[in-house]
Design a protein around this ligand. Structure first.
Ligand code: PLP
Length: 389
């Protein structure tokens, strides 16, 4: 069987390829007669070797060819020279990234960060690992960062935030953090590397819930972390190996299959989201519509300047309040009432139905994840659900 690790790199060496081509082409077997087109699924917990000179592949908790093609492609897409690291879930990658916080130091993060990240950070704080501070996303450099103690602080960023869709000025904030010797982690789940590449703007680490857009079909739970620097990647790799909750080969294979179509899925879901946001903004039953594509959105100017698109998640408040919002999510037939986002199918939910949601998220707020269906069908279904009492 032809070997496949890094062979696509050899085949493509010297070619200048754009990101939408690279995500289709990276991590494939070399063009040798009878080679498979896709990397094979390698189901092996251990690898042949003897003596002291162990190779890179020894035991599959530390490394397995099943991760290589996805890790190579995602690292490249995020603008790192190093492969990404797959984790068993997005939260697994987040746990590894939070472990980079200086012991006894400070972690600062947006108030409306993904609630799972907040819950984990609060748990770590309660164990004395660091102290935690929240800030409100606004243009400019957050006050909490301006006052950060150098070498003792980790800045967590999520942009757009989940579910309020606030936009941070990543180039500005990341440059300020770097100047102050503050380690930075960006959760890039909502944007994906096709829309923004935080490492190229100065972030130290990017994390993803691969479960969402990267895998894209609501059929796997996976996460990833990407570091720009080898020492940080080594620490994340050691965390993954020691804590042991690793990604399965089949899930990794499915994620790679999903990644191949990321660019066409994002193109369609972003355009659906912008159209639906514009129509919602004119709808009498929708208030406070948030999507950075809207000219009046507080994040519009920053997003237009720093992002390559506006993302595919929208949030709005139902004018009839929390009960009407709940009735609306129950009344859709095409939109699936479900948590999560980033699949080919459109989903929606009232966020405050989760007891762990941040208190300042309004009870009537519905988060929509636009999929790739026909936008007219999506709008017709949402429009009829909005007027359901
Ligand atoms: C922005 C964001 N980050 C991380 C996660 C956690 O990812 P996972 O569910 O794959 O653990 C989620 C899940 O909803 C999310 O929305």
């Amino acid at each position: 069987m032809p070997s496949f690790v890094d062979n696509s790199g050899d085949t493509l060496r010297g070619m200048t390829l754009r990101p939408d081509t690279r995500l289709v082409s990276l991590g494939r077997p070399a063009h040798e007669d009878e080679a498979p087109v896709n990397p094979p699924l390698v189901l092996s917990s251990t690898f042949v070797g003897s003596g002291d000179a162990a190779g890179r592949l020894t035991y599959a908790r530390a490394s397995t060819p099943s991760w290589d093609p996805f890790e190579e492609a995602l690292g490249d897409l995020e603008g790192s020279e190093l492969p990404a690291l797959l984790f068993a879930s997005g939260l697994g990658a987040i746990a590894a990234a939070l472990s980079l916080a200086p012991l006894g130091g400070r972690v600062i993060m947006p108030r409306h960060t993904y609630p799972g990240t907040i819950a984990l950070a609060q748990d770590m704080e309660s164990r004395g690992q660091f102290s935690l501070e929240f800030f409100d996303v606004a243009p400019g450099v957050p006050e909490a960062l301006a006052q950060a103690e150098p070498e003792r602080t980790l800045l967590w960023l999520e942009s757009p935030t989940n579910p309020m869709l606030e936009i941070s000025d990543l180039p500005l904030v990341l440059a300020a953090a770097r100047e102050r010797g503050v380690v930075t982690v960006v959760d890039n789940t909502f944007a994906t590397p096709l829309v923004q590449q935080p490492l190229t703007m100065g972030a130290d680490v990017v994390v993803h819930s691969v479960t969402k857009y990267l895998a894209g079909h609501s059929d796997v739970v996976l996460g990833a972390a990407v570091a720009g620097d080898a020492a940080l990647r080594d620490r994340l790799h050691a965390y993954r190996t020691l804590h042991g909750a690793i990604a399965g080969p089949f899930e990794s294979w499915l994620a790679l299959r999903g990644l191949r179509t990321l660019s066409v899925r994002i193109e369609r879901s972003q355009s659906n989201a912008a159209e639906i946001a514009a129509r919602l903004a004119r709808h009498p039953r929708a208030e406070s519509v948030r999507h950075p594509s809207l000219p009046g959105d507080p994040g519009h100017e920053i997003a237009a300047r720093t992002m390559n698109g506006f993302g595919s998640v929208i949030s709005f408040c139902h004018a009839g309040g929390a009960e009407a919002a709940e009735a609306c999510t129950a009344a859709t037939r095409l939109w699936t009432p479900a948590t999560s986002l980033g699949g080919v199918e459109s989903t929606l939910e009232r966020r405050q139905r989760h007891p762990g949601e941040v208190a300042s998220v309004p009870g009537s707020l519905i988060r929509l994840s636009a999929g790739i269906e026909n936008v007219e069908d999506l709008w017709a279904d949402l429009d009829q659900a909005l007027v359901t009492e």
